[in-house]
Design a protein around this ligand. Sequence first.
Ligand SMILES: Cc1cc2nc3c(=O)[nH]c(=O)nc-3n(C[C@H](O)[C@H](O)[C@H](O)COP(=O)(O)OP(=O)(O)OC[C@H]3O[C@@H](n4cnc5c(N)ncnc54)[C@H](O)[C@@H]3O)c2cc1C
Length: 391
Amino acid sequence: MPRQVRVIGGGIIGLSCAHLLQKAGYAVTIIARDFPAPFETTDPIAKINYTSPWGGAHNRWVPPHPSLPAHFTRDHALSLRTYTHMQRLHATHPHTAGITFLKGIEYLERPGPEYLALSTPSSPNALDLPGFRLLAPSDLLRDGRVTWGCEYDTWCVNPMVYCSFLLRRFVHRGGKVVTREVTRPEEVFSMSLDEGGLAPAPDSKSESEKKGEEEKGEEEGIVAAVVNASGTGLVPDPDMTVTRGQTVLVAEGCDATVTRQNADGSWTFCVPRGFDGGTVIGGTKELNNWDVKPSAEVREELLRKFTETYPNILGGGGGGGKRRLTVLRDIVGRRPTRNGGPRIEGELVPGAGFVMHAYGLGGRGYELSWGVAEAVVEGIEKHVNGEESKS
Ligand SMILES: Cc1cc2nc3c(=O)[nH]c(=O)nc-3n(C[C@H](O)[C@H](O)[C@H](O)COP(=O)(O)OP(=O)(O)OC[C@H]3O[C@@H](n4cnc5c(N)ncnc54)[C@H](O)[C@@H]3O)c2cc1C
């Protein structure tokens, strides 16, 4: 029975998939051009197409609704599953995983039907959002523009602390990593992985260990599946594009992750990264914009709008706080956006093998990560067991 799976991608999706595949008993190798590294040394231009360092990253619940595309319903289920995993990881690794649980606050100037449905007295919180509470009019901002608000329990991660934690655990459990660029998922089935990787030096193994590995190697020789967690897809896909995001990292912490949706379609938010990572203040969402350079004017606008929305971040009320946030760096990232939602499905590629796609996560890669990984394992198990391959 084939037991080997190769994962293309060392971002949040590839790492999460690799983990659950490893847990399901597969011998897993991650092959990627980019892997997690300290955020402080990550080059904004060289790594522009590696999105995971540039995410916030928080979990903001996105309500599904009959008026919205069907994938919102699927994605909400994925986010609930991810929340449960995050709770478990945080409980077992509170000081090392890079996860913080905190309050999420939302302010909306012009709420759509999906938000208004959450206020229906007959079914408040029909989506089972943990700690959900509607804000009373007296709790809303007094600028006369915010008309709806809520709060709930949620989590944030410090992206590179969290991704490095995942990578470390994967390797410690026997996972292999290979730094390499590939052209198509198909080539990965027959790719020789002799060079690269972090396998222990051969001399450190006993003869019986070596023999055992040889036998295991034969058994694991067949690649059962390749996971395509390459962010933007690597395969021709007319639905793929990017959504540029400019944010700014400040040194201050914040006691909540706050999001404001403005009537003109713009966003004002903060994501405290925790673990000495400061707070991301955001942010723009610019479809099809490939510009890598941050704009100083946009930065000032983001800071102004956020401090007006949530002055608590400046600390101390009654004039006792700071006047200005401490800017550490501008951030520009490319959300791998797919019209119709993320592609999470299996494909039997003639002459190659079973490719499980998991790309196009847009602005929700962290939020949906464990749910996507579960779906990937399910898809591969179905294929291996000869069942229907499409998920
Ligand atoms: C400004 C901003 C804010 C965001 N905020 C949030 C947030 O608050 N919450 C949230 O959930 N999400 C957020 N996101 C989105 C999130 O960051 C992405 O959805 C997520 O990082 C995508 O992860 P990924 O693993 O799919 O892709 P990536 O992180 O891009 O990883 C892709 C991997 O595939 C590899 N790869 C690609 N092509 C090749 C190739 N040819 N050969 C070999 N390897 C290859 C890369 O090297 C990399 O390892 C934000 C994004 C931005 C830009």
